[in-house]
Design a protein around this ligand. Structure first.
Ligand code: ATP
Ligand code: MG
Length: 283
C-alpha cells in the first residue's frame, strides 16, 4: 500500500487534500492523526511539516509526497519529481530596501543576506561568482533589513505584497516553485503500479481544471463559423437537432477564453449556450 506524505497544516494542506478528494481519495478519519488510512484508494496518508517531506520520501518513510519544489531543492534530497500539480506557485527572490541604489547582482557582494533557504541562495551566489554572507533565519525573514540584521533578504514571494509592506523591492527572481508529487526512487513493482494509477487520476483532474464544457444550439448557416471558433479536444461534436436546420454543438474550452468565445459565438448566430463544469478528462 502506498504511503503519501502531505503537509499537516499550512498553505499546501487544503489543496493537497482537495486534489486527493477530487481523485476519489479521502482521509478515513476526520481527526488528523499523524497517519490515517485513506478511503477510495489503497493508501496511507502521513501528515508532516513540509520541511520534513523530502527527507521522509527519500528515506522511504513515505513512498510519495506532495511538497513545494522549493523545499525539495533546499533539502537536496534524492527523490523523483513525478509531476507538477499546478498550485502553491511562488518564487524565491532577493529583495533589498527600497531606498538602496541596486543596479545589478554585483551589489550583493560582501552583503549580509537573511534567508530560510541558504542552500538555494548559496548555489545562486556561486553561479553568479559572488561572495556574500548568508544569515539563516527560520521565520519573519522580511523584517531582517529593518531591524539591522541584514542588507538584503532571499525569501518566498507570491504576490509581492509582503515585500511592499516591509519597504522592500524584489530585485532578482532566482527560483520558481509550485507543489509537486515526488516519489522515492526505489519503489517496488507493486507500489509503482499503484503510483501509475494515482498519476492517471491526477492527470485527468489537472487536465480538466480550468476547462468548461459548452453545449449550444446552432443554425445550419452558423455551424462552420462556430466550429472554427471551437477547436475542442479533437474537433467539436456536431449533432443534428430534431428540428431541421439546427444543430447541437459540444466543445471543451479553457475558462480563461470562456467569455470571449461566448461573445464570438453569439455574434456568429449561436443560441442557448450552456456552460458546464468538467470533472475529469480521461484520455
Ligand atoms: P510547515 O509548518 O509545514 O513547515 P511552513 O510555514 O514552512 O509550514 P507554509 O507557509 O505553509 O510553510 O508554505 C508551504 C509552501 O507553500 C511553501 O514552501 C511554498 O512551496 C508554498 N507557497 C506558495 N505561496 C507561498 C507564499 N506566498 N508564502 C509562503 N509559501 C508559499
Ligand atoms: Mg516548513
Amino acid at each position: 500500500m502506498l504511503k503519501i506524505a502531505i503537509q499537516s497544516k499550512g498553505r499546501l494542506n487544503d489543496e493537497s487534500m482537495g486534489l486527493l478528494a477530487d481523485a476519489g481519495i479521502s482521509a478515513a478519519s476526520g481527526s488528523r492523526s499523524l497517519v490515517s488510512r485513506a478511503k477510495g484508494f489503497p493508501m496511507e496518508i502521513l501528515y508532516l511539516r513540509d520541511d520534513d517531506i523530502p527527507a521522509a520520501v527519500a528515506m522511504g518513510v513515505a513512498d510519495i509526497g506532495i511538497v513545494g519544489l522549493n523545499e525539495v531543492a533546499e533539502k537536496g534530497m534524492d527523490v523523483a519529481e513525478v509531476m507538477r500539480l499546478g498550485f502553491g506557485a511562488c518564487r524565491l527572490s532577493i529583495a533589498v530596501p527600497k531606498s538602496v541604489g541596486y543596479d545589478d547582482a554585483s551589489w550583493l557582494r560582501g552583503k549580509r543576506i537573511a534567508t530560510s533557504y541558504p542552500v538555494i541562495l548559496g548555489k545562486y551566489l556561486a553561479e553568479q561568482g559572488l561572495e556574500a554572507e548568508i544569515h539563516e533565519i527560520a521565520g519573519s525573514v522580511e523584517i531582517a533589513p529593518a531591524v539591522g540584521m541584514a542588507d538584503a533578504i532571499f525569501d518566498i514571494v507570491s504576490s509581492g505584497g509582503t515585500l511592499i509592506q516591509n519597504g522592500l523591492r524584489e530585485v532578482e527572481q532566482v527560483f520558481f516553485s509550485e507543489a509537486a508529487l515526488i516519489a522515492n526512487k526505489e519503489l517496488g513493482e507493486e507500489k509503482l503500479a499503484e503510483l501509475d494509477k494515482l498519476i492517471f487520476r491526477l492527470r485527468s483532474i489537472l487536465a480538466s481544471r480550468g476547462m468548461k464544457y459548452l453545449l449550444m444550439n446552432v443554425p445550419e448557416h452558423s455551424v462552420e463559423a462556430a466550429v472554427e471558433l471551437l477547436p475542442g479536444m479533437k474537433s467539436p461534436t456536431v449533432l443534428p437537432l430534431a428540428e431541421s436546420g439546427w444543430y447541437s454543438l459540444h466543445a471543451v474550452v479553457p475558462e480563461s477564453e470562456l467569455w470571449d468565445k461566448i461573445e464570438c459565438l453569439k455574434a456568429a448566430g449561436v443560441e442557448d449556450i450552456l456552460v458546464l463544469n468538467l470533472e475529469n478528462i480521461i484520455k
